[in-house]
Design a protein around this ligand. Structure first.
Ligand code: ATP
Ligand code: MG
Length: 491
């Protein structure tokens, strides 16, 4: 046998063959086998109709509306727990650049291979006879590392516009080149990407960002005219010069920051935050005669809002969006270990959230490298990190105070109500300044003083933490928007 194929996959193919249906392993997994990579999912194609396939296996389910049957193998390896078995498919005319008007099953393997996107994805391998079917020159293109449409590229992208993003994704995933005619067709049909759902675009974008080469890939999206249908705000940074600490324009800096996160194999959130962290530099840029340089005051505040809008538009899951927005909002934290105070470090942790702190530090490292002129001072950042570690042992949220609401009520004899929350927030504010105050004893003494305040006084004392931050932030945004005549018009 030519390839190393897991037993579970061979077993499914065998059952089909024993029942008179030829079984071909097909598509991306054969491409990966030829490349010597381990496929992460397996597809089999066969002349049997979906009901006939289901009848042959104890546990199956329908994967999608196109006749794909998921065969459950019981394997512990996530790559082979479900093997997808799809009848030979032939597709009718495509509608709206996204789906076929009709699908016919069981016609022939050749017809099935014709409907596939790129030649490298048309290979089919039949284990029973050890034969590799290659009707579109897939092996030659894989050897030449070329991504080439099957048939007329214009027609194929008009059928399904998402294929244009798949081409760029494969380029970055496999280090392939998009063949000239295929690339030209993408350029010509780029605007049809607007017919594709934001969810499908998001899935491809995330896959692109998770490759080892996201910078090349995103730049290719831009050159081919696709980026403006994905995240048009990124293009505003093209040609926008930065201050003297930077070698690149805003756009290139964003790409390089993301790329460094990929080079370090850091999380998707850090990569996405790298891509968007300076997204609002163009609209906050102002020349300073005094500094004889550009300034970008408040760009992280406006940028967090713009990033939120972009990620919501792309239907990013809420927890991922929350994390990225927090990273963008707080990426400007002051980190000079010779000047920063512990209470400033604690406040920074309270702002971004403990769970995001290591990603924020990683983002800072990427941001520096992304300038192209990093001040090489890793030991200073390490000293700052040591301060962060120290501060992480101190309280930064209400939950870490040595006293909770019940405690406050018990000591003060007050009933549940807004005063209790105000007192807790006032305590937190003081403990952030000085963590040694976070003992039961000291808080009890302090809360007995606090209870003497009127409701209004207490409310203003307690208007710390979250509430105050939110207000200050909203004001900052308003004043920046007023100054620059920009308004976030929503979407
Ligand atoms: P990966 O699994 O890494 O995403 P893949 O090539 O296996 O890459 P899948 O989405 O798993 O991609 O699809 C399996 C096969 O189905 C592809 O190799 C291709 O032959 C075909 N295919 C998938 N999506 C499309 C599409 N939009 N248009 C045409 N053919 C497609
Ligand atoms: Mg696959």
């Amino acid at each position: 046998m030519k390839f190393a194929i897991p037993e579970e996959v061979l077993a499914v193919a065998n059952v089909l063959e024993e029942n008179g249906y030829e079984a071909y392993i097909v598509g991306g997994c054969v491409r990966d086998l030829v490349l010597g990579l381990m496929p992460k999912d397996w597809d089999i194609t066969t002349p049997a109709h979906p009901e006939a396939i289901q009848a042959l296996f104890p546990e199956t389910f329908y994967e999608n509306a196109y006749g794909t049957v998921g065969v459950v193998t019981g394997s512990g390896d996530p790559r082979t727990t479900v093997i997808e078995v799809t009848p030979y498919r032939e597709e009718g005319e495509y509608l709206n650049a996204r789906h076929p008007s009709e699908v016919r099953f069981g016609v022939s393997l050749e017809k099935d291979l014709e409907r596939r996107d790129f030649t490298m994805n048309t290979l089919a391998y039949r284990p029973k006879t050890d034969t590799l079917v290659d009707t579109h020159g897939g092996q030659a293109d894989i050897a030449a590392r070329l991504i080439r449409s099957v048939g007329d590229p214009n027609a194929r992208f008009r059928e399904d516009a998402l294929r244009m993003m798949r081409a760029v994704r494969f380029m970055a995933q496999l280090s392939f080149v998009i063949e000239q005619g295929t690339a030209e067709a993408i350029f010509q049909n780029a605007d049809t990407l607007s017919h594709i759902s934001r969810e499908r675009i998001r899935d491809e974008l995330i896959k692109i960002i998770e490759t080892d080469e996201p910078m090349t890939a995103v730049h290719t999206l831009q050159k081919l005219g696709l980026l403006k249908h994905i995240a048009p705000d990124l293009e505003r940074g093209i040609g926008v010069a930065q201050n003297q600490a930077h070698s690149f324009d805003v756009y290139e800096h964003l790409l390089r920051t993301m790329q460094h996160a990929a080079d370090r194999d850091w999380s998707t959130a850090v990569r996405v935050a790298g891509l968007f962290h300076d997204i609002s530099k163009p609209e906050t840029r102002r020349w300073s005669d005094e500094k004889r340089d550009w300034t970008f005051h408040g760009h992280e505040v406006v940028g967090a809002r713009v990033t939120r809008r972009i990620l919501e538009d792309l239907r990013f899951p809420k927890d991922m969006a929350d994390k990225v927005v927090a990273l963008v909002r707080w990426h400007m934290f002051f980190s000079d270990p010779d000047q920063v105070t512990m209470s400033a470090v604690r406040r920074m942790i309270a702002n971004v959230g403990r769970e995001h702190i290591s990603d924020l530090l990683n983002l800072r490292i990427c941001d520096r490298i992304g300038t192209g002129r990093p001040k090489e001072q890793p030991f200073r950042l390490r000293r700052y990190m040591a301060m962060v570690e120290q501060a992480l042992r101190d309280p930064v949220t209400l939950g870490m105070l040595a006293m909770d609401g019940a405690g406050v009520m018990q000591i003060t004899g007050e009933r549940p109500g807004p005063r209790i929350g105000h007192m807790l927030h006032a305590l937190l504010e003081e403990v952030l300044e000085d963590p040694t105050k976070n003992t039961r004893e000291k808080l009890e003494a302090r809360v007995l003083e606090l209870r003497r305040h009127t409701d209004a006084e207490l409310a203003s004392l307690g208007r710390s933490g979250k509430e105050r931050l939110e207000r200050e932030e909203a004001e900052a945004v308003r004043s920046i928007e007023k100054r620059w005549g920009v308004q976030d018009k929503g979407h």
